[in-house]
Design a protein around this ligand. Structure first.
Ligand SMILES: Cc1cc2nc3c(=O)[nH]c(=O)nc-3n(C[C@H](O)[C@H](O)[C@H](O)COP(=O)(O)O)c2cc1C
Length: 365
């Protein structure tokens, strides 16, 4: 397809994200796959990520634990130990070999965990000691231990070190995971955060932890390599807020002061991880407030992604399940080709091939 035709597909137009020249706007959303045995990145991930790499395309790696207290699921990768950093290197190299831009999503699950994942069987940490309501999805959450004010700098430092390690592993930057009810989101949301110190109460106080993480990570690797993902409107993992518009706007404005590379926001229509709801809320006020690159995600297809770009409601669109099942998603969007259907049953199974690297490319099915 010639350049003229490509320009008619807004998702396939080039975009300059800070110092990175992107050739199109179809981003691989962060996707936990639970195939990194023993929390160590595995060789099969090199194939998985390189399959989804295009020259000048942006990929966000799956959520990656910043410390041994950060884990809440089996077989997720970490980035706090030398062994993990070394194991990420060939995976990042495989993406770079095809000209991709690759950022690592750095993550602490907070209370979305249980004692079985924690060092010495201790309680998971959080901003609160309120447990998550018992889930009907088969997970068992242990009651968390509320972090003391004096312990918070250590957790911020774990994020900083994880970012440093990500650079050591060769990543182009990091995305701080501030979404989906995990530790940072637990601090942000007024339905979880019941602290009475300077990290709780007012909007400003609830955002303090997130912003201190952003600042520490930015000081370490440069704000031009740092983004954050947030989901102010979501309430899963028992993490809702009474005024998501105000929360999102305050964060967008505060992040401008740091000069952050990108702000990645999950659409209000995604009240949980899977289903799209009709809703009247919109990310446009946040988009207008934030001065860096604005990435949207959640339930996007080709047409509404194109529309979001064409109407300037976003700079980039991240695709999760569609990219999981279609390694050549940008090419399929270019040709308006049909998509492979994703298989939910293999999202989190541990096989190194099935449901992972065996989704067919166009013409292979
Ligand atoms: C299998 C799976 C794993 C996911 N893992 C993560 C993750 O590690 N970090 C994250 O921020 N979001 C994660 N998400 C959410 C996706 O990034 C995305 O926001 C969500 O799938 C909605 O977008 P979609 O409709 O394009 O799939 C995950 C979603 C799925 C389906």
């Amino acid at each position: 397809m010639g350049d003229d035709q490509k320009l008619q597909v807004p998702l396939l137009t080039p975009y300059k994200m800070g110092n990175f020249q992107l050739s199109h706007r179809v981003v691989l959303a962060p996707l936990t796959r639970q195939r990194m045995y023993g929390n160590v990145p595995q060789p099969h991930a090199a194939l998985y990520y390189s399959q989804r790499t295009t020259k000048g395309g942006l990929l966000i790696a799956e959520a990656t634990a910043i410390s041994d207290t950060a884990i809440g699921y089996p077989e997720v990768p970490g980035i706090w130990k030398k062994e993990q950093v070394e194991a990420w290197k060939p995976i990042v190299e495989a993406v770079h070999a095809k000209g991709g831009i690759f950022v690592c999503q750095i993550w602490h699950t907070g209370r979305v965990s249980n004692t079985g994942f924690q060092p010495n069987g201790q309680a998971p940490i959080s901003c609160t000691d309120k447990p998550i309501s018992p889930s009907n999805d088969g997970f068992h959450y242990s009651p968390p231990r509320r972090l003391g004010t004096e312990e918070i700098p250590q957790i911020i430092d774990d994020f900083r070190l994880a970012a440093k390690n990500a650079m050591e592993a060769g990543f182009d930057g990091v995305e701080i995971h501030g979404a989906h009810g995990y530790l940072i989101d637990q601090f942000l949301k007024d339905q979880v955060n019941d602290r009475t110190d300077e990290y709780g109460g007012s909007l400003e106080n609830r955002c303090r932890f997130a912003l201190e993480v952003v600042e520490a990570v930015s000081e370490e690797i440069g704000a031009d390599r740092v983004g954050i993902r947030i989901s102010p409107f979501a309430d899963y993992n028992d993490s809702g807020d009474s005024n998501p518009d105000a929360l999102g706007l305050y964060l967008a404005e505060s992040l401008n002061k740091v000069g952050l590379l990108f702000l990645h926001v999950v659409e209000p229509r995604m009240k949980n991880a899977w289903e799209k709801f009709e809703c009247s809320e919109s990310l446009v006020p946040m988009r207008k407030a934030f001065e860096g690159t604005f990435i949207v995600a959640g339930g996007y297809e080709r047409e509404d992604g194109n529309k979001a770009i064409a109407e300037n409601r976003a700079d980039l669109v991240a695709y999760g399940r569609a990219f999981l099942a279609n390694p050549d998603l940008p090419r399929r969007f270019e040709l308006n080709a049909p998509l492979n259907k994703y298989d939910r049953n293999t999202f989190y199974t541990s096989d190194p091939i099935v449901g992972y690297t065996d989704y067919p490319f166009l013409g292979q099915a």
